[in-house]
Write a protein that binds this ligand. Structure first.
Ligand SMILES: Cc1ncc(COP(=O)(O)O)c(C=O)c1O
Length: 358
């Protein structure tokens, strides 16, 4: 019997690692770079209040949310597209721009979804070497061929926790020919307090070959609702909207997004919390001989080469104490784990295990 055959797509699909452990209600989950303080109270309230609207289709163009984003960031609403997580923005960009035999360039330890969506759309992925775990401009520019369509960079990058400063990211864009799309992923930009850092949104509002993506999953604490957005020229946004699913964002999610953008205080509280704990984590990790990134975003990459234990041992020691870290096997990063900043109680527990058991 002949059965329908799916396309032959040769990818390692995304693996989020363990997100929960069976029978462990008290698990401390520091594995997915989420915000430990949760969404702002107004976002939670609006969800409860709007439960009666579940039977109605949402506004398919997310108008109120795009209005709000436009006002808050001083952007033209028609240059904004909203997606089911910034993940969907990455997917739409790949669907809209990539054809078989095109090439995309990404740094070797970049966020996994760039390579996955590029490959699904038939493109070849070219990895540019990093220097000190950091995106290398020269390597990237040298990798450009006449088949290159998109260059991706997350700034700061997950999982390396490194970033290009303002001068470097401006330099990168200036060296990329205008027919190549530069996608700048600002997923962790709000956490950044370094003076030499500027987000993609701050720098590239008026460039026709740049797409910037943002997410509500990280600092805004709405990972479960799946909400992100992209900003680019009107032409590019038009081409993404052409293939965007009609009702990709639920009404509850749109309203929770608006409520979150209205509460700057909550955002500042998150930044303060993250900055304080990042310094403490960083010092303790170094003291315990982990090689790690400077405080950046809301996570640390923990390389275990200088320890007497390997990353699997360290993972299991934390797991025995009910703390879940992220293995780096799916990224191909050897002997390393990633830890996200948690809430006060979770962080104290992490540091206690680090102190006593490692
Ligand atoms: C760099 C980066 N970009 C994008 C995403 C996707 O986030 P979301 O789809 O939840 O907006 C993540 C998630 O971890 C990330 O680390």
């Amino acid at each position: 019997m002949n059965l329908p055959e799916p396309k032959n797509i040769n990818i390692n699909s995304y693996s989020s690692g363990l997100t929960r452990i069976v029978n462990s209600a008290n698990l401390i989950k520091l594995s997915q770079n989420e915000t430990p303080l949760g969404p702002c109270p107004e976002a939670s309230k609006i969800i409860k209040k709007r439960l009666r609207t579940l039977s109605r289709y949402p506004d398919g163009n997310s108008n109120l949310l795009r209005d709000k984003i436009g006002k808050k960031f001083k952007l033209d609403k028609d240059q904004i597209i909203v997606g089911s997580g910034s993940d969907e923005i990455i997917s739409l960009v790949c669907q809209a721009f990539l054809e078989k035999n095109d090439e995309v360039i990404l740094s070797e330890n970049s966020f996994l979804m760039y390579r996955i969506y590029a490959q699904i759309n038939g493109a070849r992925v070219v990895y540019s070497k990093e220097k000190n775990n950091t995106f290398d401009i020269n390597e990237t520019i040298q990798s450009i061929t006449d088949k290159t369509k998109i260059i991706f960079i997350a700034n700061p990058n997950n999982p390396t926790g490194t970033y290009l400063d303002q001068n470097d990211i401006l330099k990168l864009r200036s060296l990329i020919p205008s027919h190549i799309l530069l996608m700048i992923d600002d997923a962790y930009a709000e956490f950044m307090i370094d003076k030499d850092f500027k987000s993609g949104l701050d720098l590239f509002k008026d460039f026709k070959n740049v797409v910037v993506s943002r997410t509500f999953s990280k600092i805004y604490g709405l990972a479960n609702l799946r909400l992100g957005w992209g900003y680019s020229s009107k032409d590019i946004i038009k081409s993404l909207n052409l293939i965007r699913p009609p009702f990709n964002i639920s009404g509850l999610t749109q309203e929770a997004g608006v409520a979150s953008l209205n509460n700057q205080k909550w955002l500042n509280k998150n930044i303060k919390h993250n900055t304080k704990w990042s310094k403490i984590f960083f010092n303790k990790l170094l003291e315990k001989k982990f090689k790690t990134n400077n405080p950046c975003a809301n996570f640390f990459l923990m390389n275990c080469d200088q320890l007497n234990l390997n990353s699997e041992d360290v993972f299991n020691i934390f797991l025995k104490s009910n703390i879940l870290l992220r293995k780096m096997t799916s990224y191909g990063i050897k002997n390393s784990l990633r830890v996200s900043i948690g809430n006060n109680k979770e962080n104290r527990k992490f540091l206690e295990v680090l102190e006593k058991k490692i």
